[in-house]
Design a protein around this ligand. Sequence first.
Ligand code: HSE
Length: 408
Amino acid sequence: MMIQIAVLGYGTVGSGVVEVLNTNKDIIAKKAGEEISVKYVLDLRDFPGDPIQEKVVHDFEVILNDPEIRVVAEVMGGVEPAFTFSKKALMAGKSVCTSNKELVARHGTELLEIAKEHHVNYLFEASCGGGIPIIRPLHSSLTGDEIDEITGILNGTTNYILTKMIQEGSEFDQVLKEAQQKGYAERNPEADVEGYDACRKIAILSSIAFGKQVNFEDVYTEGITKITVSDIKYAKAMERCIKLLASSKRVGEDVYAMVSPVLVGKEDPLFSVNGVFNAIFVHGNMLGDAMFYGSGAGKLPTASAVVGDIVDEVKNGSTDVMASWSSEKLNLTDVKKARKQFFVRVQGDVQKDLDEVKRIFGAVEPIVIEDMAGEFGFVTEEMTEADFEAKSEESGKVISRIRIRHAE
Ligand code: HSE
């Protein structure tokens, strides 16, 4: 028996999916119980000379109307036309799997419901953490747990940039330019460097972990564009590094979700996650701590996760393998109420201005960097974001602030 599938989009991930299916053909056939063959590749372009050229179609209806196609891998990216194609495929009784975090974050709830109605599957392991298995563990393996925290380095581009800034002491703009030249950052890097990509991913992971729909637009998001070499110097003096963390946390009845640069200490497992690697730290009430680490982006790691979903869909046909989240919205608590410690840089002279800083922020110890005259730093006690903002306004001297993470 042979199962015919269609791949929507022959870009980086799409060509990776074809490569994984070819390279691991026999082992995949054994695991799926049937040989998997790509019958169609949907793309606007033609690929003369490429072995898939004869499979290229430009009209999605060809795939939709072919009853032989039971599984569709949507790896086009972007919301449209991926949304329309996925919806139509599911309604036609075809399972769909995807690496498209934008689409899952925006319309995942609806697509999961349509899949359920039509007794097919909508899987998206590749949408978060690239090749790292994280969706399945959260949904299938940690079912005995109440998850109370997910904190991840979920974006390879920004982790690469921050790692380089720390290692080389270069400014953000320069490192970004180099990253773009080497292909580690997109020509339009906004979604990565402003934290939007990590925001979508944490919204997806939180929806699974907490069982209700987390709207990505509700997640407080800050990127890394304002991080400077001066911030890095202080981080080094504190034996910490700066990471863009995407986090959701249950505190009593409240759930906080946030993407922002955070100072991470040596004792934290996220400290050593460098370069383009991703890691997702999960805390469960029975599990305690777990961390999932690996290749969070790139052609073959991402394609590997997509192919894992294809095999699951081939094997399981109409059995629902993905418990979805409820369409009920999870109301996130205003991050202004979240309690944090903050590292703060203020203008002034440590001899003259420390007393004033202490009056406003409490008993803090100054951190002075030799070649940085006219300013000093300190770490606050734990306080709410709202309190910090009020104190910062009262001081009028704050240059920048970075949140601090404590590994429990
Ligand atoms: N731009 C993303 C990243 C790709 O850097 O992690 C993977 O989703």
